[in-house]
Design a protein around this ligand. Structure first.
Ligand code: MN3
Length: 257
């Protein structure tokens, strides 16, 4: 009888804890789904929702040698006219092959798991670089505006933000990106992504509206910096366009309202 009772209680305990696990999984899934549906509503308000097929390589606002000595002219020319151009052309191909001509690429990101990795890699490559060029300026810029205030309030200080962002960029294993994003709850976050993934994709570790990014693929720095990714990252701050980052922050804040 004693044995029977203890078997019974173990069975009851096991089935209770299984239910608890099941409930937790359901809760996490519904949180993820609601986060995703909030983001789906928001992306239509982003300026890049207007980027539609056929996609074209955007011109830079500065010359290829303008970011020297921080990024050399040959790297810039190859990166823009070869790498980014390649992603752009292949995005058009990927969109044609998958019946996605009528959807902005950022809409596709929200259900990227449905499509072959060719869509993810090239669509992401096209989008991520489009943003990246706009975050750079040969003139440098002052860390100011509402985004600067929000950064200090979220990360305690500019220095702590820089430290955390540099860490995300330096520790991204292999190719990828580091990002500053505005999440749908109105908070800023730093995140990293592998390959050409980005924070608008449904499976991003931290989802949010991109406010700043840095390309840490070797093609972005190797000619000048070789294996010194950290030097490339620390020099990045000399050419960040905080005016653009601030404009994106104000836009993103408006979009999540
Ligand atoms: Mn690149």
């Amino acid at each position: 009888m004693k044995i029977l009772l203890s078997i019974l209680s173990v069975t009851v305990f096991l089935s209770c804890s299984q239910n608890a696990v099941k409930n937790e999984v359901i809760e996490v899934n519904s949180q993820e789904n609601s986060q995703q549906s909030i983001l789906n509503g928001i992306i239509e308000k982003l300026p890049e929702y207007a980027w539609v097929y056929p996609y074209s390589l955007p011109a830079l606002d500065y010359e290829y040698d303008a970011l020297e000595p921080y990024i050399d002219a040959v790297t810039m020319e190859t990166h823009h006219s070869k790498h980014h151009n390649g992603y752009t052309k292949k995005t058009n191909l990927a969109v044609e092959e998958n019946g996605l001509k009528d959807q902005p690429i950022i809409k596709v990101f929200t259900e990227i798991g449905k499509y072959p990795s060719f869509v993810r890699n090239n669509g992401g490559g096209f989008y991520n670089h489009n943003l990246f060029w706009t975050f750079l300026t040969p003139d440098g810029s002052e860390f100011k505006g509402e985004v600067a205030e929000a950064i200090v309030s979220e990360f305690q200080s500019k220095e702590k933000f820089v430290e955390q962002f540099e860490k995300a960029a330096a520790t991204q294993f292999g190719s990828g990106w580091a990002w500053l994003v505005l999440k749908t709850d109105g908070k800023l976050a730093i995140t990293q992504s592998a390959n050409q993934n980005n924070p608008l994709m449904e499976d991003a570790e931290i989802q949010g509206i991109p406010l700043l990014n840095i390309d840490v693929w070797e093609h972005a720095y190797y000619l000048e910096y070789k294996n010194m990714r950290k030097s490339y990252i620390s020099n990045f701050w000399n050419i960040v366009n905080w005016n653009v980052v601030n404009e994106r922050y104000l836009m993103a804040k408006e979009a999540i309202k």
